[in-house]
Design a protein. Structure first.
Ligand SMILES: Nc1ncnc2c1ncn2[C@@H]1O[C@H](COP(=O)(O)OP(=O)(O)OP(=O)(O)O)[C@@H](O)[C@H]1O
Ligand SMILES: [Mg+2]
Length: 257
C-alpha cells in the first residue's frame, strides 16, 4: 500500500495584535478547501476568535486544543467538522492556563507537534492560528511547522515586531526545528489609495530578506461581517476583492503542499 502523504503544517503568526492572523487562517483554509485540499485549522489562541469565526461557540466545546496539548485527550477527539469542508481543532479560554501548565514540563515546545502527529496522514495542510505573543504556545506552533506566514497590516507605522519574530524563527531553527522556513510576509488591510500603505509595501521586500506574498490583501469591510455568521468571506462574499486576493495567495502557495 502506498504510504499516505503527510500534511504540511503552517503557522500563521505575528506577535503584533490585530494584523489579520485569524482572518488569514480562515480565508486561506477556505481557499485551500475550495481547491480540493483536506484542511485542518488549529486555534492556538485563548481568545478563540478562529473557533468563533467558524461558527463554533467556545463555551460549548468539551475537549479543545488545551486538553490535547496537555496529553489529556487525543487531538483527533477534539476535531469538529465545519462548513466549507474544513475541520477545526477548537480553542477555549482554558488555553490561557495551558502556557503555565506546559512551562515546567520536559519537551514543552514539542507538545503540539506530538499531538498533531496522529492526524498528519488525514490532511493535506494544517494551518495554526497563533495568539499575539511569542510565548510557549507560539514556540509550539513554530516547532510543529514546516512553513510560517506572517500577516502584517500595511497600516502599521512600525513593524519592528517582525524583526523580533524572525530572530525567534532563527532560534527555533537552530534549537528545535530545522525544517521551519518563512513562506513570507502577507501584507493585509492594504489600501492602494494610501501613499503610506504603498510605501510600507514597497519597503517590505528588501527590509527583512524574506519573500512578500502576492497580492496584498485589500482592506474591505466585508471581513468584519463574515465571522458574525460563522463563515469566511470566501463563501459569504465570493467575488469580493478580498476573497479573490486570498484565493490568489493560496494558489501561489499550492506548490508547497
Ligand atoms: N482585509 C481586511 N480589511 C478590513 N478589516 C479586516 C481585514 N482583515 C481583517 N480585518 C478585521 O481586523 C480585525 C482583526 O483581524 P484578526 O482578528 O484576523 O486579526 P488577528 O491578527 O488574528 O488579531 P489577534 O492578534 O487579536 O489574534 C477583525 O475585526 C477583522 O475582521
Ligand atoms: Mg487572532
Amino acid at each position: 500500500m502506498a504510504r499516505k502523504k503527510k500534511a504540511v503544517v503552517v503557522s500563521v503568526a505575528n506577535q503584533k495584535g490585530g494584523v489579520a492572523k485569524t482572518t488569514s487562517t480562515a480565508s486561506l483554509g477556505a481557499a485551500f478547501a475550495e481547491g480540493g485540499k483536506r484542511v485542518l485549522l488549529v486555534d492556538l489562541d485563548a481568545q478563540a476568535s478562529l473557533t468563533f469565526s467558524l461558527g463554533v461557540d467556545p463555551d460549548l466545546v468539551e475537549t479543545s486544543i488545551n486538553e490535547a496539548l496537555l496529553g489529556q485527550c487525543a487531538l483527533a477527539d477534539t476535531i469538529i467538522g465545519c462548513d466549507e469542508g474544513i475541520d477545526l481543532v477548537p480553542s477555549t479560554i482554558d488555553l490561557a492556563g495551558a502556557e503555565a501548565q506546559l512551562l515546567p514540563r520536559p519537551g514543552r515546545e514539542y507538545a503540539l507537534q506530538s499531538a498533531l502527529d496522529e492526524v498528519l496522514g488525514d490532511y493535506d495542510v494544517i494551518l495554526v492560528d497563533c495568539s499575539p505573543s511569542l510565548g510557549v504556545l507560539t514556540l509550539n506552533a513554530l516547532t510543529a511547522s514546516q512553513g510560517l506566514i506572517i500577516p502584517m497590516s500595511c497600516e502599521m507605522l512600525s513593524h519592528r515586531g517582525v524583526g523580533q519574530l524572525l530572530d525567534t524563527v532563527a532560534d527555533v531553527r537552530r534549537l528545535l526545528n530545522k525544517k521551519l522556513t518563512v513562506w513570507g510576509i502577507l501584507p493585509t488591510m492594504y489600501d492602494g489609495r494610501s501613499s503610506h500603505a504603498r510605501e510600507v509595501l514597497a519597503d517590505l521586500g528588501g527590509r527583512y530578506g524574506v519573500p512578500v506574498l502576492d497580492p496584498p490583501i485589500p482592506r474591505t469591510v466585508r471581513f468584519a461581517e463574515a465571522p458574525a455568521i460563522g463563515r469566511s468571506i470566501l463563501s459569504t462574499s465570493r467575488r469580493s476583492k478580498g476573497a479573490i486576493a486570498y484565493r490568489e495567495v493560496a494558489t501561489g502557495l499550492l506548490p508547497r503542499l
